[in-house]
Every structure is written in structure tokens, then in C-alpha cells.
Design a protein around this ligand. Sequence first.
Ligand code: LHQ
Length: 259
Amino acid sequence: TVLSSLEAGVLRLTLNRPEKLNSFNEEMHLALRAGFERAHADAAVRAVLLTGAGRGFCAGQDLGDRDPRKGGPAPDLGATIDRFYNPLAGLIRSLEKPVICAVNGVAAGAGANLALLCDITLAARSARFIQAFSRIGLVPDTGGTWSLPHLLGEARAKALALTAEPLDAETAAAWGLIWRAVEDAALMEEATALATRLAAGPTRGLGLTKRAIQAAATNSLDDQLVLERDLQREAGRSADYAEGVTAFLEKRSPRFEGK
Ligand code: LHQ
């Protein structure tokens, strides 16, 4: 349910239930989690590229998994979130390596918010972002109620979440919800090039930069200045920093090893 391949330091994870628009069942959750766990553990992985197979990116939870017409007690959706969605969100945010998301088609519900939790999100011009939750009486999850107001402000966050109106990729980019909208035919090439470039970068410095920017959501400026000092101290001890400065002084391209 998730295709995984490692090339030039980029771990490509492709959601692969195309007939269900890559909606999440347990098996796909476990496979995606395993992919991100590998990204944490394996030093050969220096960036992750997340995308979807077929015409959609991800349609959120597989709604066929819990058919209310079959009766029985109401399901505990909180337990599903505790077991699957929140750990996945944590793995992506805590991974100190760049996570690129290539949204190849519709991203709905938890699928939309998964894309918004990645570090750099590109989308095909034909892709749509839909906060589908309100259509079925739910609340945005997978960080949506945090990502949307952070990235867009309350007005646009509330309108998207309450109406579930689709947002096209170009508007998403213009609003700052994602990094860039790309011609459909160019999406994978552009996303792969970006991921490959980042995977050849100073991984430690990039990872610490990610940590610092995420911390800004809850820090005061004073706290953030202290954090920057501490992280700079750490980055300054990396071999890639020494290589970056040496390459600059020698007027050549650096050869970063991710150490
Ligand atoms: C699907 C799905 C899907 C199953 C398309 N499930 N089959 C967390 C915790 C616990 C529980 C609840 O949820 C959550 C978080 C969530 O993510 S809640 C939100 C769940 N997602 C949605 O509500 C989106 C449902 N899907 C749609 O609204 C549409 O499919 C979209 C707008 C994504 C795409 O529309 P179309 O391009 O018109 O495609 P389609 O609707 O024809 O879908 C294609 C096939 O995929 C179709 O199957 P079929 O056998 O008829 O060809 C759909 O039934 C299936 N599919 N999403 N989430």
C-alpha cells in the first residue's frame, strides 16, 4: 500500500491504493509509518519525498472501513487518531531531514492535512485541497486546525474548514498554504529535483533549521534567539559546516556528507 525506494539519498514514499484515491486503511497507515521510521533511523536517507499513485494524492480516512449501516456502537475516532494519525504527524515534524510533498491530485480530509504538515509542499496545477471533514460532521485532524490558521490566518482557515470548498493549487500557493503549484506533467520531475538537491545538502544544518522554524510557533523572540544560538553552536560543529566554508574559500561547490 506504500511504495518505497531510496535513490540519491531521497526516500520516496508513494501512497498506493489508487482505486480508493489512496485513502488510509490500517495497512497503509502502518506502511507509511514504517517508511518515516526508516527515514529517522537510516543515515542514508537525507530527504523524504511523499506522493500518491494514480489520479489522487490521498482522500483521508477510508470511509468504507467503518460503515455505520452495519450497526454496532459508534466508533471511537479518538482511538484511531491516537493510534495512527497523531503518531504519523509526530514522525514527520520531528524528522530532522527535509520532507517534500508532491500533491499529484486531490488531497481531502486527513490527506490534505498530511500534505500541509510536510516541510515543502508542491502541488500539480490540477490538484485540489478539500477540508472534507465538515461534510461528514467531523473536525479537521492531522494538525489541520493548527496548520490552517498558522499558514492562512483565521478567516481563510475557518471558511475552508466550515465550507469544505475545494481550494485549487494555484490559490493554495498564492495564499501561502503550499510552496508552489507546478504544471501536472512537470510535478514529479520538479519535486524529485528539489528533494535530490536537499538530500545532497548539509543535512544536520537543514534539520536544525526545520526544528528552529517549528519552535517559533510557540516561542517568544527572546526564547527563539536563545534557541538559534544553541542550534548554531551545534551546526558549527558539523563537518558539513567546515566543508561549506572551505568550499566557499576555495571557490568550488561543497560536497556535503550529511554529518
Ligand atoms: C474513497 C474515499 C475515502 C473510501 C474516495 N474512503 N473510498 C480520522 C479518524 C477516523 C475516522 C474518520 O476520519 C478521519 C480523518 C478523515 O480523513 S475524515 C475525511 C475523509 N475523507 C473524505 O471525506 C473524502 C471522501 N472523498 C471524496 O469526497 C471524494 O472522493 C473526493 C472529493 C476526494 C474526490 O472526488 P472524485 O474525484 O469525484 O472521486 P470519487 O469520489 O469518484 O472517488 C473515486 C473512488 O475512490 C470511489 O470509489 P468507486 O468504487 O466508486 O470508484 C470512491 O468511493 C473512493 N474514495 N475517497 N475517503
